[in-house]
Design a protein around this ligand. Structure first.
Ligand code: ACO
Length: 517
């Protein structure tokens, strides 16, 4: 079935029955016998196939109670003359409305002046029930929900055409340049940047929360060794799930906003520790204890690499983390909000969000972007490599964005960081970026494809000592703050998120074969 046919609303031809007809001079006895034989509940009286009248079961009952002789009475005397008719192409909804208005139960279907069928209210109601109904007010959303506003938020926004995004009322790039990750975390959770006293008390609150719960510690080795290959985000997903259980997270529907925020602070503080512990266990190393003297970002680097980081690297990673804390209604954030809308616990929402982030079209691109730079090898090979990849139907990882149709401000920030940190890789990436943008503009005109956050993310993280498999988990270490801010906002003013879909499969109800073959 093509798309057009699938979307077509049902019409009378889809449900009408073949007509049972009579001639005007046929007797009522003949008509009754024919109706009974055919199992019909009406007969259309015709002249040369044109409808003259209709006789229904109701007319037969009225006739019998009159006491007249059936064999001697012509059908034309008891039929309803000039019946209302419908065309085979009439839409079901319109016909139902017409029958309901006039109180008819049956109506002849006429095409080009000839009776071609009969349709009853029962037939119509049957299909009306099983066909997708179009309810007043139901809206058609574009594929991928592009451009659809589904909530009000005070957390932040992305202005794709302007290449600008903000957290609460502040430019996110400016926050990355001027503030610590803890300040931005506070901003997202409490609505404003902290004053010095708030900064101190927030640091005192979160630093002890970085420590792994005792009940979780012994479970991590089994998670790490569960698969032949170690996929850190998959391991993280499982670790967050058991952590939520160990910490006794309860459905957000059953707890206060303050309790939910406590859960959120706890999980955000703990996520870098979980990531570091899983990674080190897989290397055959003991997880490291968090260092309360270090900032959130520096402590993260310490727990993964095992070295107290160079301050430039710690600051670069902190700026990367700030720049990726939140980004509008991206897929993982939306996922977290959908799960929260069911009243589930915060752990369930974060596990779902990690699952969404793991997809290469969302958060799984930075190591692929670095692989691409490896594969290109030399700047002069870039053009041919990109042309080949696009000709083969491939996507250039780290380029394109659903919302940005101009330069992604995060990629501009990260390019600056990469250049500041220096190294051959950064210089190469800058050169290749230029070529990719030019080639994509030629091969995909009008699509406005530019480097996204993931293109330079890998370059920056690699320079700061993070291995490629830790790129997306590092993204999760910051984005969990954004997810949690959204979870808190969703829970505070909740309505279950439950859209609709249009059924486009074969029309039901198809009888279930019995007995089974
Ligand atoms: N390379 C080549 N062509 C591309 C790319 C790309 N990276 N991105 C989009 N296009 C093309 C598509 O082929 C399509 O072309 P067509 O019109 O000829 O079919 C057109 O641009 C539009 O593509 P869509 O898939 O409709 O764009 P959408 O907005 O749905 O997708 C996405 C955005 C998923 C990010 C896409 O650009 C992509 O796949 N990029 C590569 C993966 C990537 O970098 N992911 C990380 C995103 S950033 C983040 O999530 C944190």
């Amino acid at each position: 079935m093509d798309d057009g046919a699938r979307r077509r609303r049902p019409v009378v031809a889809d449900v009408m029955s073949p007509p049972v007809t009579a001639q005007p001079d046929d007797s009522m006895a003949e008509v009754s016998v024919r109706m009974d034989k055919e199992g019909a509940s009406c007969v259309v009286v015709v002249h040369h196939d044109a409808p003259l009248g209709i006789l229904t079961e109701r007319d037969i009952v009225r006739f019998v109670s009159s006491g007249a002789d059936p064999a001697a009475t012509a059908s034309k005397r008891w039929m309803t003359e000039d019946p209302d008719t419908v065309a085979p192409t009439s839409e079901i909804g319109e016909v139902i409305a017409r029958l309901a208005e006039h109180g008819y139960r049956h109506v002849p279907v006429v095409d080009d002046g000839r009776v071609v069928g009969v349709v009853s209210m029962a037939d119509l109601m049957h299909i009306a029930q099983v066909q997708p109904m179009h309810h007043p007010g139901e809206l058609e959303a574009p594929k991928g929900l592009a451009g659809v506003i589904v909530a009000d938020t005070e957390i932040g926004d992305v202005r794709g055409q302007e290449g600008f995004y903000h957290y609460r009322q502040h430019d996110a790039r400016e926050l990355a340049e001027r503030r610590s990750l803890e300040d931005v975390w506070f901003l997202l959770f409490f609505g404003s940047l902290p004053d010095p006293a708030e900064r101190d008390s927030f640091a005192h609150l979160v630093r002890p929360l970085r420590t792994l719960p005792d009940a979780v510690r012994p479970l991590l080795p089994a998670i790490v060794d569960a698969g032949e290959t170690f996929v850190p985000l998959e391991a993280l997903r499982s670790a967050v799930s058991v952590t939520a259980t160990a910490l006794g997270f309860r459905p957000c529907l059953d707890i206060s906003d303050e309790q939910l925020r406590d859960d959120a602070v706890r999980l955000c503080a703990l996520l870098p520790t979980l990531i570091g512990a899983l990674f080190r266990l897989r290397q055959g190393l003991e997880p490291l204890e968090p260092d309360p003297e270090l900032s959130h970002a520096a402590n993260y680097l310490w727990m993964v690499t095992g070295s107290v980081p160079d301050p430039d690297h710690a600051r670069a990673i902190e700026q990367y983390l700030i720049s990726t804390v939140d980004h509008g209604f991206n897929v993982s954030t939306f996922t977290a909000r959908v799960i929260t809308s069911t009243g589930a616990d915060l752990g369930a929402s974060v596990v779902g969000a990690i699952g969404a982030l793991s997809g290469p079209l969302h958060g799984g691109a930075p190591s692929r972007a670095l692989d691409m730079l490896e594969a290109i090898g030399e700047p002069e090979q870039a053009e041919a490599w990109i042309r080949d990849a696009v000709a083969g139907g491939g996507r250039i990882m780290g380029f394109g964005h659903r919302v940005y149709k101009t330069e992604d401000p995060r990629s501009a920030l990260l390019r600056g960081l990469a250049e500041r940190l220096g190294g051959d890789r950064a210089a190469f990436a800058v050169e290749v970026e230029r070529t990719i943008v030019e080639v994509l503009a030629e091969l995909k005109p009008g699509r406005e494809l530019y480097a996204n956050v993931e293109f330079y993310a890998g370059v920056v993280m690699e320079r700061c000592g993070l291995p490629p498999e830790m790129f997306t988990p590092t993204f999760a270490a910051s984005r969990v703050i954004g997810w949690c801010a959204n979870i808190l906002e969703q829970a505070a003013d909740n309505r279950i998120i439950r859209p609709s879909a249009r059924y486009v499969g074969p029309p039901p109800p198809e009888p279930v074969p019995w007995p089974p073959e």
